[in-house]
Design a protein around this ligand. Structure first.
Ligand SMILES: [Mn+2]
Length: 243
């Protein structure tokens, strides 16, 4: 299936949001823009799909998770997928010795800081993980742990990183769905469904025949992107950014 031919049922609109990475202001701004879009162009049903990576890199991780949980409990139809950074954080909390070095290099401690974990000079990974386990509410951990790794609607499949070519969706490894890069990105033939993903930052949303990438590096640019799908049509809504 390719972009232009892939479709979802009439009367439904999907907003698929890229990597948020702790950028609460941009997330709220994008939701406001989506609500304005719904007011200006009413539609029978809509669904918000967030493509994962809510934590790390940006400043307001705790508040972003609170926001997602609130949306999850609201009347809105929402789907929150798991990203590799959620996987990393959960792995770090479970086993700081195994995950610690790589997680703390990439997470920049911002996630832990947003929960009140302090950067004590000399603190080792196990100390940080112990403090994090105490300060990160259990309901946040449970919420992150339970996130699904893919979601399909019509001819589209939503997933954080991508899919491994040649393998049925039901047989994909979770690790591939949230971590894969080159083997997926360099595959130019059509998949069963058009894949909508984040994970690999790009300056502008990328539309390829077989996949659409909406990770516009929000933590670096302030530009958070939502892909809007309605029947066969696609368009984008973005925050203004800091440039
Ligand atoms: Mn990411």
């Amino acid at each position: 299936m390719i972009v232009g031919e892939a479709r979802i049922a009439a009367g439904l609109r999907i907003y698929a949001i890229g990597d948020v990475h702790g950028c609460l202001r941009e997330f709220d701004q994008l939701i406001r823009k989506i609500d304005k879009d719904l007011k200006d162009n009413p539609v029978k049903k809509h669904q918000l799909v967030c493509l994962g990576d809510y934590v790390d890199r940006g400043p307001d991780v705790k508040d972003v998770i609170e926001r997602l949980m609130k949306l999850d409990k609201s009347d809105r139809d929402t789907v929150f997928l798991k990203g590799n950074h959620e996987d990393w954080l959960l792995g770090f909390l479970d086993d700081p010795d195994v995950m610690g070095a790589s997680y703390l290099n990439w997470g920049d401690l911002l996630t832990l800081n947003s929960y009140g974990v302090e950067n004590n000079p000399g603190a080792v990974n196990t100390d940080l993980a112990k403090a994090a386990r105490r300060l990160i509410p259990t309901k946040h951990r449970v919420f992150l742990k339970k996130l699904p790794v893919y979601h399909c609607v019509g001819d589209f499949c939503f997933v954080h990183a991508g899919i491994r070519p040649g393998i049925n969706l039901g047989k994909q490894l979770e690790h591939d769905l949230i971590w894969i890069r080159d083997d997926f990105l360099q595959h130019s033939k059509p998949f069963d469904r058009v894949v909508v993903h984040g994970h690999t930052p790009t300056n502008k949303p990328e539309v390829h025949p077989n996949r659409i990438n909406v990770d516009t590096r929000c933590y670096d640019t302030g530009i958070l992107t939502a892909l809007v799908i309605e029947e066969r049509d696609i368009r984008f809504i973005q925050t203004e950014g800091w440039g």
